[in-house]
Each structure stands twice: as C-alpha cells, then as structure tokens.
Design a protein around this ligand. Structure first.
Ligand code: M6R
Length: 365
C-alpha cells in the first residue's frame, strides 16, 4: 500500500498535489468566481445571515481552523475565531443565533471534538463538520459540512488532511466573501491561484533532497523554534507540532513578533529557529525578528519566496518556494515543514508512522 515509499507519512506528504486537487474538485466556479459547497445544507439566505463563525478542533485540525478563521475574517469580513474542542466544552459556551460553528476533524472520531459538537448542538448551535472519514461520528452528527476527500490518512502525523482542511476553509471563505464585499476580479485571482496549487506544491516537493540535507545538518538540536506571522502563524504552530510528534525534538511555535516578549531568552547556537517569511505584507517585520535572533547567536533557517535576496543575506539556510497569491502561501510553507519533520525523524531513527505514546484517533477525553 505504501508503494514506492518507505513510510506512510512520506507517501501522504507526496500525495498532496492530488489530495488538494480532490478537495477542490467540482467546487470552483469560474463563471461567478465563487465556490459551491452543497454539503453545507444551507440556503444563500441562511448563509447571508451568519454574523460570526467559531471553529473547533484539536491538534492539527485546530491549526487548520486557526487559518480558516483568519481567511474567513480577512476575505469575507465575518468575525471568526477558533477554540480548542477540549476547552470550549467545559466553558459553558455562549451559543448565539447567528453564529455558525465548524467542527474540524480528520478522523471524525476525536472525543474532545465530538463532545464539544454535542454540547454546542444541545444549546441550539448550528454545527457543520469538516471531516475526511465518510460516515464518521462527527460527520453524521453535524448539521452538514464539507468532506475533504483526502483518501485514507494512515500515518499518525497528519499531513495531507491539513492541506485539504484549509482548502475547505478557503472555499468557504471565497463563497462567503463573494456574497459580500469581494469583487469578481479579486475572487477570480484567488480561484485561479487555487487551481495552480497542485503544480506549485509539486515544485516544493521536488526540493525534498535539499530539505533532507537541512534536517540532517540541524539534527544536533534538541530544541527548535518555529516562527511566522499572520496566516503563517498557524503554519509555524503546525510545523512545531510535526517536529515534536515524529522526531521527539522539543519545538515551540510562536508568532515571530512574540519572541521578544520572552522566548528570545532561549536563543543560543544550539537552538535554531525556522522562520516562515514569504514575500507578503509582513515580510519586512519578520526580517526584523530574524535579525534579532541572528544578533543573539541563533541559527536561522528561512522558508521564503524564491529568489528573496534580502532573506538570503540574513539566514544561515533557506528553503525557497514559488511565488503565489499572498493568501496561498500557507499551502506551500507547510509542505517543507512536514518534510523537515519526517527527515529529522528518519535521521534520529524514530518510528515515523507510529510515534511513541500516540494514536491516530484519540477517542478518549
Ligand atoms: O482526527 P482529528 O483531526 O480530529 O485529530 C485531531 C488531532 O488528534 C490530530 O490532528 C493530532 O494532533 C495529529 N496526530 C497531528 O499530527
């Protein structure tokens, strides 16, 4: 089943051009520069009445939700936030009439998310699912939703589900934005950019040898920081989670701006930082944060846009990805982080597909 790949994790990382394509299949509408998501089971009128979106999930699905909230807010201008399933359930959540909830779960069986969904529904909340496994508990108990069609994800570390979950959110954000303020032209730019994603992801995958080499070079480190801002802040959190899970190296994800409020005290030559710094509106700010790390003796790997000389001059090493619409950077940025974690785990002799202490789906609270 793994075919030519030694591990499921690597196979699933390499499947992403196809799995992202499947998540978009039949859902993009060029004529109206919008998306169709039939499974939402909501009329256009009902969608128009939404005043707030709250997304719940755990682990990688939670980080996908963070990105989703950011996109919905940015593009559709609807207030959107993310909550950990395990927290919202016990917070006596306030459920309001025009709030739409999303429960994000690859397996559709995560107990924390399932129980939170039930609590929200009990209070009259409308909850949609973003699931991979068809017919799973969360998919069945939600009021509708979006299947991401990733195909089976076997490795404990989630990879292709993440890129498909965010695809689902981009589609939803596009749909909602085009009903509100986003122009046809701007909608089309995003939609066309999304269509090109499989090719761009392929270009990133071609750099796997370089990423493997970097993982080996930095395998001396016992601590790692992952730093990004804006849309790439959740990507930094996801990169840190991947490294922890499969390599057992201690890693923390932060907003690059936050390090000066404490974590910069950790910087030393043995604690490298992975900066996510695409060419976008926050690039210059992140470069300033990179300089702060360098001047304190920290090593910097920068994940940046192809040919960014400004970044090359500061970083010790770079991983460069093609230029895309600024909203789409997270798709290209997360792939090298998945590969980096994978190769690090291999270098350290870890059980990549079945890391210690972890199960694929966590069906206990
Ligand atoms: O099946 P789910 O998406 O609900 O799972 C949620 C988390 O348990 C899961 O994402 C976990 O964090 C992964 N092992 C991350 O790689």
């Amino acid at each position: 089943e793994k075919g030519k790949y030694p591990h499921y994790m690597l196979k699933e990382i390499f499947e992403q051009p196809e799995s992202v394509k499947r998540a978009m299949q039949g859902r993009l509408d060029e004529e109206y520069a919008t998306a169709h998501l039939g499974g939402l089971n909501m009329s256009t009128r009902e969608l128009l009445e939404i005043e707030q979106v709250v997304i719940i999930g755990a682990g990688t699905s939670y980080y996908a939700g963070m990105l989703g909230a950011y996109m919905i807010e940015n593009l559709a201008r609807i207030p959107a936030t993310t909550e950990l399933s395990s927290e919202i359930r016990y917070r006596n959540p306030i459920v309001k009439r025009n709030t739409l909830y999303f429960a994000v779960s690859q397996s559709g069986e995560t107990a924390d998310t399932l129980y939170a969904l039930r609590e929200l529904k009990r209070k009259g909340g409308k909850v949609l699912g973003i699931c991979n496994v068809v017919g799973s508990s969360i998919a069945r108990e939600s009021d509708g939703g979006v299947y991401i069609h990733s195909g089976p994800e076997i490795a404990v570390a989630s990879t292709k589900a993440f890129t498909s979950q965010i695809t689902a959110f981009y589609l939803f954000a596009l749909l909602m934005a085009r009903m509100r303020d986003l122009s046809f032209e701007d909608g089309l730019i995003l939609l066309r950019g999304m269509k090109e994603l499989p090719d761009r992801i392929n270009a990133v995958l071609k750099q796997s040898e370089h990423i493997k080499h970097l993982a080996e070079k930095y395998s001396y480190a016992r601590n790692f920081l992952f730093l990004g801002r804006g849309l790439n802040y959740p990507v930094a959190l996801e990169g840190a989670l991947k490294l922890k899970e499969v390599s057992y190296i201690h890693a923390e994800g932060y907003s690059a701006a936050e390090i000066k409020h404490g974590p910069i005290a950790l910087i030393n030559p043995d604690t490298p930082s992975m900066f996510i710094v695409p060419r976008d509106e926050l690039r210059d700010k992140v470069i300033t944060n990179m300089k702060e790390v360098k001047s304190r003796g920290g090593k910097v790997i920068a994940l940046c846009t192809e040919g960014d000389n400004g970044v090359r001059q500061i970083a010790d090493d770079t991983i460069e990805v093609p230029e895309v619409n600024r909203y789409l950077n997270p798709f290209l940025m997360v792939v090298p982080l998945q590969l980096f974690a994978y190769y690090m785990a291999i270098k350290l002799g870890r059980d990549v597909d079945q890391p210690r202490n972890l199960a694929k789906s966590v069906t206990v609270e």
